[in-house]
Design a protein around this ligand. Structure first.
Ligand SMILES: *Cc1c(COP(=O)(O)O)cnc(C)c1O
Length: 420
């Protein structure tokens, strides 16, 4: 596929220079953003292939363009691999991103004005789960749920109560900042009790599910949406999985409902990622993500930080900064950590008193540092770097010293070593 010699350096050295600088940044920083990952070189090669040149509106065997034989082969392979990986009846691999996948699922199952019950952004839900600035909040009537004030976990009795009160046509389970497992069987019961569809959004945890370290939503969900670039470690993109009875609706919602031509190069890259995810090494990787998250959480707690809900079951955790530094916002903390080469994102914590642009929390995840091979011992160091940086946030010389130690730690774990 990539039989071409690299031409980019000759044609556009400026782009090569920018990308090289970011390669250095990705190598020398502790990347702790839980929604990101290092896709493999094989995935990236497929993404930059000649498959990008073809229009193939439609689906395998029924395209609106001629010359699609090999596009059919690529897309069918991606679909078959995804079906086998997750054990689902139907898959649509065309959504360009997670937001488009959710939009398509709503478009397939709802009419504008219908009611959805979904997690509010401020408690860990995604923008597409009905936030007022998003299409989902504009086109649908949204009943929002959050976590319990005491436990900071989802309380299924409260969800059942909200479902009875609002009678949603669709219930969304899934989040972008929730550190605990979802009890999908309980969600199914609530959905059935009010005759609602159950949409499960596994954008963050798809890799954990494929790796067998998170409860499986497949037996309980009508439709499942996911990105392919987070814990699943594929290319940027998404897919929708569903029971056969919704297959036609879902496919028609994606095309011609919302999108034109599929991106066959990234669908090829998704196929590569699904193949990688079916290997035993992927299970080991996912298990290590969770072990690392638990080790990191434990050490952060030893350093005096309070974590939302007290810890983590998955790949991420939320630090409540107010527990240690009343005046330090998530935004400031994330900037101080970047000075030390530690990349995290600010995030609201449940019942946050600050706004989403400032926040009182940090969201931290282990997928990327686990991809590069770090284990529990390194997690202790990472937690200590975070604590030391925030404690000495006004002292540039100390932050520089930590920056150096971060670079040294990173040097022991080259980002693309694991792919050789
Ligand atoms: C990341 C995410 C999405 C959206 O993905 P994009 O590819 O950024 O559009 C949707 N739902 C959840 C829960 C997410 O975490």
């Amino acid at each position: 596929m990539n039989t071409f010699e690299s031409k980019l350096g000759e044609v556009d050295p400026q782009i090569v220079e920018i990308a090289s600088k970011d390669l250095t940044r990705q190598q020398d920083s502790l990347m702790l953003i839980p929604s990101e990952n290092y896709a493999s070189r094989a995935v990236m090669e497929a993404q930059s292939s000649i498959l990008a040149n073809k229009y193939a509106e439609g689906y395998p065997g029924e395209r609106y363009y001629n010359g699609c034989k090999f596009m059919d082969d690529v897309e069918s392979l991606a679909i078959e691999r995804a079906k086998a990986l997750f054990g689902v009846e139907h898959v649509n691999v065309q959504p360009h991103a997670g937001s488009q996948a959710n939009m398509a699922a709503y478009h397939a199952l709802l009419e504008p004005g219908d009611t959805i019950l979904a997690m509010s952004l401020s408690h860990g839900g995604h923008l597409t789960h009905g936030d007022s600035v998003n299409f989902s909040g504009r086109y649908y009537n949204v009943a929002a749920y959050g976590v319990d004030a005491e436990t900071e976990r989802i309380d299924m009795q409260e969800i059942a109560r909200l479902a009875t009160e609002y009678h949603p046509k669709l219930i969304v389970v899934g989040a972008t900042a929730y550190p605990r497992h979802f009890d999908f069987a309980a969600w199914r019961q609530v959905a059935d009790s009010v005759g609602a569809y159950l949409l499960t959004d596994i954008a963050h945890i798809a890799g954990l599910i494929a790796g067998g370290v998170h409860p499986d939503p497949v037996p309980y969900s009508d439709v499942i949406t996911t990105t392919t670039h987070k814990t699943l470690r594929g290319p940027r993109g998404a897919m929708i999985m569903c029971r056969s009875e919704y297959a036609e609706k879902i496919d028609r919602a994606v095309f011609p409902g919302l999108q034109g031509g599929p991106f066959l190069h990234t669908i090829a890259a998704r196929a590569v990622a699904f193949k990688e995810a079916s290997q035993p090494a992927f299970k080991t990787y996912q298990a290590q993500i969770v072990k690392n998250a638990k080790a990191l959480a434990a050490r952060l707690i030893e350093n005096g930080f309070r974590l939302v809900s007290g810890g983590t079951d998955n790949h991420l955790m939320l630090i409540d900064l107010t527990s240690k530094y009343e005046k330090l916002s998530g935004r400031q903390a994330a900037d101080h950590l970047e000075d030390a080469g530690i990349i995290v994102n600010k995030n609201t914590i449940p019942f946050d008193k600050r706004k989403p642009r400032t926040t009182s929390g940090l969201r931290i995840g282990t997928p990327m540092i686990t991809t590069r091979g770090m284990k529990e011992d390194e997690m202790v160091q990472v937690a200590d770097f975070i604590a030391e940086t925030l404690e000495n946030r006004q002292k540039a010389s100390i932050k520089r010293r930590i920056r150096k130690k971060v670079t040294e730690l990173c040097a022991r774990f080259p980002i693309y070593e694991y792919l050789k």
